[in-house]
Design a protein around this ligand. Structure first.
Ligand SMILES: Cc1cc2nc3c(=O)[nH]c(=O)nc-3n(C[C@H](O)[C@H](O)[C@H](O)COP(=O)(O)OP(=O)(O)OC[C@H]3O[C@@H](n4cnc5c(N)ncnc54)[C@H](O)[C@@H]3O)c2cc1C
Length: 306
């Protein structure tokens, strides 16, 4: 458990302090980052009501152990989880001393649909959004709509709300990009219009550090939080990495694939702690954990980082 009685800081340099519930859940992530490093956790909206209740309970426990600065909830491209993402974000924002940020993809949506959702979020006390393009369905359906790129959503959210706006960044370059330099230019433009970025996961910190340098040389210093995943399920992470053109370290994956249960968890957590330590030492503005709704590895990594 975090010791809220002391004035000390944790491994990320975050002050350990009690938070005032309502104030904290309405925090804007850009402001949190301006005050120091953040720790955040990403979840997807479970399909069943029972699983949602389980996740909300887990979050209550994590609030004490990991003390996240915010959590984020993914969105099914094209709106397939629109209500579930919305309901979970609003419930978490109401019940916890930290904000829940909805992910929102724009491809396949009309402007009117997005504005309705943004108004709903604003009326429910939400103050942050992760503005994404999303991916068109492989069968080519549902690609109609008013948006093509994430930057168009960033501009609409900026014009219509006072939300703090996050965007996605791909250190190893987005798989649909024509080349690295073009991808970096589009990313720089998007980040300059946003308040912060969160990266796709990666395993070699050099990818992240090179991206930050390339953005700096394009004149952009918007904070970008590295996205970190603990490989408790190597087959799933290998599949996601393949979809996102992220390289996996074969030696580590071989050890993970050969191990089971607690042994695998231990290897995964050790690798996460090493990566996080290197990122924090290099000045990362925070850490964003992809929990895949199994935050045990994240909680163990956070404890080990202390
Ligand atoms: C942290 C994070 C969270 C995510 N959460 C979700 C989620 O909840 N739901 C989901 O469905 N997906 C999610 N994704 C995946 C994301 O939607 C896909 O990677 C998608 O393919 C691209 O989204 P983007 O916002 O990066 O797009 P964009 O920034 O629009 O970039 C997509 C491609 O278009 C290019 N591009 C950008 N602007 C222009 C322009 N003006 N002209 C020409 N080319 C351009 C870029 O270089 C890139 O190759 C997430 C990704 C990350 C990193």
């Amino acid at each position: 458990m975090t010791d809220h009685s002391s004035n000390s800081t944790d491994a990320l340099g975050r002050p350990v302090r009690p938070r005032r519930m309502q104030e904290a859940s309405a925090a804007r992530i850009g402001d949190l980052l301006a005050a120091g490093p953040t720790l955040s956790l990403e979840f997807f909206p479970p399909a069943s009501d029972a699983a949602v209740r389980g996740l909300e309970k887990t979050l209550g426990a994590l609030a004490g152990d990991v003390d996240p600065d915010f959590v984020s909830i993914t969105y099914g491209a094209g709106g397939s989880t629109r209500e579930r993402t919305r309901d979970l974000v609003v419930d978490i924002t109401t019940a916890n001393p930290f904000p829940a940020m909805p992910h929102l993809t724009c491809v396949g949506h009309t402007r009117a649909e997005i504005l309705t959702l943004l108004d709903d979020y604003a009326a429910s006390g939400v103050r942050n959004v992760l503005a994404l393009a999303g991916d068109a369905p492989v069968d080519g359906s549902g690609v109609d709509g008013d948006f093509r790129y994430a930057i168009e959503l960033v501009e609409l959210v900026r014009e219509h709300t006072d939300f703090s706006i996050g965007v996605a960044a791909h250190p190893e370059v987005h798989p649909r990009s024509i080349d690295r330099a073009t991808d970096r230019r589009h990313l720089a433009t998007k980040l300059a219009a946003a308040d912060f970025g969160i990266t796709q996961f990666f395993f070699d910190p050099t990818h992240y550090l090179q991206m930050v340098d390339e953005l700096a040389s394009l004149g952009v210093d918007t904070p970008v939080m590295p996205g970190v995943v603990s490989v408790t399920n190597p087959a799933t992470i290998r599949r996601f990495a393949g979809m996102n053109a992220a390289a996996v370290p074969e030696e580590l994956f071989a050890r993970l694939e050969a191990a089971e249960g607690d042994d695998r968890l231990k290897i995964a957590v050790e690798a996460t702690v090493k990566l996080c330590g290197e990122l924090l030492d290099a000045g990362a503005p925070g850490l964003h954990f992809y929990t895949l709704n199994q935050p045990e590895a994240t909680a163990a990594a956070y404890a080990a980082l202390q």
